[in-house]
Ligand binder design. Structure first.
Ligand code: HEM
Length: 450
C-alpha cells in the first residue's frame, strides 16, 4: 500500500511549501512534470491553507470519477468559477445538480444533435467563405479563427441567436474574467488583494454586463421560442414531480455555463489539431484523401460524419495529447483508497488528465502524435483505462457528442477548403488557464482551394 503521499507532505518545511506553491502558480504544467518524475504518480502540494493531492494514476481517476464518486464534491476551484458561471451544471453539486442534469439531458440526445448538423455545416461554410476572402497564402492565427467559429456555432445552435456585437463582446470579456478567476485559484493570497487593487471590481462589472445580454436573450426567447435551440428547450422543460420550470437565474447560469464550456474547449482542440497536423505531412495527406470524396459528394449530415473515420482518429489523438480540459479537481470528503493508493480525506484531489494521457505506464511514446492509437488495431487498453478527455462517471461532459461531431466536421471542412503550412520561427507554448490555450496563438499559412 502506497500511503506515503500524506507522509511525504511532512517532509517539506514551511518555506519549501511556499516555494513549491510559487512554482506551481507560475508554471503548473512544468511543476507537475518535474514532481511526477521525482515523486511518482501521486504527490502532495500545499497551496496556502489548501492541502492538495495531485495524481496521474489511472486507478485514482476511476475511483474519484466513477467507483466512489459520492465521496467527492466540486472543490474550491469550482466555487471560484461560480463567480462567473453561477450555479450551472459545471459548478453545481448534489441534488440540485442531479435535478438540473435531468432537465438538460434531453437537449443533448444524439438524435436531436443529428438535427443540428446541417446548421453547424452552414455556419462553418459561411465562416470558411469569409476566411477565403481574407487569406491567400497569408499567415493566419488559426486559434482566433477557430474560437470565433466555435463561438458562433454555440451562439446559433445553443442560444438560437445570430452573432452580434454584444455577443462578440461577451466572448472577449470572458478571457479577462478567466484570468482573474485562475489567479484566485492558484494564488489564494491574491483574493483579499483583488478587492483592494480593483481587479475584483473590474471582473464583477464585466459579469454584470454580460448578465444583461443573457437576460435580454431569455426575455426574447420567452416571447418568441425557437424550434430546435437549447435555450427554448430549457425554457419549456418542467420538473416531473412539481411541474415547475427553471427560474430565470438558473436558466442564466445554465446558458452561460454551456456557452463557455461548449465553445472554448472545442475551439482550442481544433487549434491544437491544426498544429499537430501541420507538423506531419503523412497525417496531413491522409486526412486530405479522406475528406475530398465526402465533400465532393455533398454534405449529408450524420452519414458524412460516419465516413470521417481517420479525421475522427486525429481528433481523438488531439484530445489525448492536448486535452483542453487538462486538469479536473474534486474535494475529497472522507479517507479513500484504491488497490495501490490512499487518498487522504481532507485533500483537494487534482486529476492531471494532461499527464495521465502522457503516462508511459499506458501510452507507448506518448510524446508522438499518432492517430493510429485510435484505429482498429489501436491501444484499446490505454483508451479504456487512461483516457479521460471528457471526464468520467456521472459528471462526464454532457456535450461530448456535440463536441466530437463539431470538431470532426469543422476540421474536415477546413482540410477540404484550404491547403496550409506551419509558419516557421513562431513560439508554441501552453497557457493552462481554465482550458489549455496556445499562449502566443498558432499561425498557419492558409491557401484557399476548392
Ligand atoms: C473538446 C470539447 C470539450 C471538452 C474537452 C470538454 C471537457 C469536459 C470535461 C472534462 C468535463 C467534466 C468536468 C469535471 O468532471 O469536473 C465537462 C463537463 C461539462 N461540459 Fe464539456 N467539454 C467539451 C465540450 C463541451 C460542449 C460542446 C458542451 C456544451 C454544448 C459542454 C458542456 C459541458 C457541461 C455543461 C459540463 C458539466 C456537466 C455536469 O457536471 O453535469 N462541453 N466537459
Amino acid at each position: 500500500m502506497d500511503n506515503s503521499v500524506a507522509n511525504k507532505s511532512k517532509n517539506y518545511t514551511f518555506f519549501q511549501n511556499i516555494e513549491r506553491a510559487k512554482l506551481f502558480a507560475k508554471d503548473p504544467l512544468g511543476f507537475q512534470k518535474k514532481s511526477f518524475e521525482e515523486e511518482g504518480d501521486c504527490y502532495y502540494l500545499k497551496l496556502g491553507p489548501k492541502k492538495i493531492f495531485v495524481t496521474r494514476d489511472a486507478g485514482v481517476f476511476a475511483q474519484v470519477l466513477q467507483l466512489n464518486h459520492k465521496n467527492y464534491t466540486k472543490d474550491f476551484a469550482m466555487h471560484q468559477l461560480s463567480m462567473a458561471l453561477g450555479n450551472g451544471l459545471l459548478t453545481n453539486d448534489g441534488e440540485s445538480w442531479l435535478h438540473q442534469r435531468r432537465l438538460a439531458q434531453p437537449a443533448f440526445h444524439k438524435k436531436r444533435l443529428e438535427g443540428m448538423l446541417g446548421l453547424m455545416y452552414e455556419i462553418a461554410l459561411e465562416h470558411i467563405k469569409d476566411l477565403k476572402s481574407r487569406t491567400n497564402h497569408t499567415s493566419t492565427f488559426i486559434d482566433q479563427e477557430m474560437m470565433a467559429l466555435t463561438s458562433d456555432i454555440a451562439i446559433q445552435t445553443l442560444l438560437g441567436m445570430k452573432k452580434n456585437e454584444e455577443l462578440i463582446y461577451m466572448q472577449k470579456s470572458f478571457v479577462d474574467i478567466q484570468e482573474h478567476i485562475v489567479k484566485r485559484i492558484r494564488r489564494p493570497f491574491f483574493i483579499p488583494l483583488s478587492y483592494i487593487n480593483g481587479s475584483h471590481g473590474k471582473a464583477t462589472t464585466l459579469i454584470k454586463s454580460y448578465d444583461k445580454i443573457i437576460y435580454k436573450i431569455i426575455d426574447e426567447k420567452e416571447k418568441n421560442p425557437g424550434e430546435n435551440d437549447l435555450i427554448s428547450m430549457l425554457l419549456a422543460s418542467r420538473d416531473e414531480d412539481t411541474g415547475e420550470g427553471m427560474s430565470k437565474k438558473q436558466l442564466r447560469d445554465e446558458l452561460i455555463t454551456i456557452y463557455v464550456a461548449g465553445h472554448e474547449t472545442s475551439g482550442y482542440t481544433l487549434s491544437w489539431a491544426f498544429y499537430a497536423i501541420s507538423q506531419n505531412k503523412e497525417i496531413y495527406n491522409k486526412i486530405k484523401e479522406e475528406v475530398k470524396p465526402i465533400f465532393e459528394e455533398g454534405f449529408n449530415g450524420i452519414e458524412s460524419i460516419k465516413k470521417l473515420v481517420y479525421t475522427r482518429q486525429v481528433v481523438d489523438e488531439t484530445l489525448r495529447k492536448y486535452p483542453t480540459a487538462y486538469i479536473l479537481s474534486r474535494q475529497c470528503k472522507a479517507n479513500d483508497k484504491t488497490d495501490d493508493v490512499e487518498i487522504p480525506g481532507d485533500y483537494v484531489v487534482l486529476l492531471s488528465t494532461f499527464y495521465l494521457h502522457r503516462n508511459t505506464k499506458f501510452w507507448k511514446d506518448p510524446e508522438v502524435f499518432d492517430p493510429e492509437r485510435f484505429g482498429e488495431n489501436g491501444d484499446k487498453e490505454a483508451i479504456r483505462k487512461a483516457y479521460y478527455p471528457f471526464g468520467g462517471g456521472p459528471r462526464m461532459c454532457i456535450g461530448n457528442n456535440f463536441a466530437l461531431w463539431e470538431i470532426t466536421l469543422v476540421l474536415a471542412m477546413m482540410m477540404y477548403h484550404f491547403d496550409f503550412e506551419y509558419v516557421e520561427n513562431q513560439k508554441i507554448e501552453f497557457q493552462p488557464l481554465v482550458t489549455l490555450k496556445p499562449k502566443y496563438g498558432i499561425q498557419l499559412n492558409l491557401k484557399p482551394i476548392n
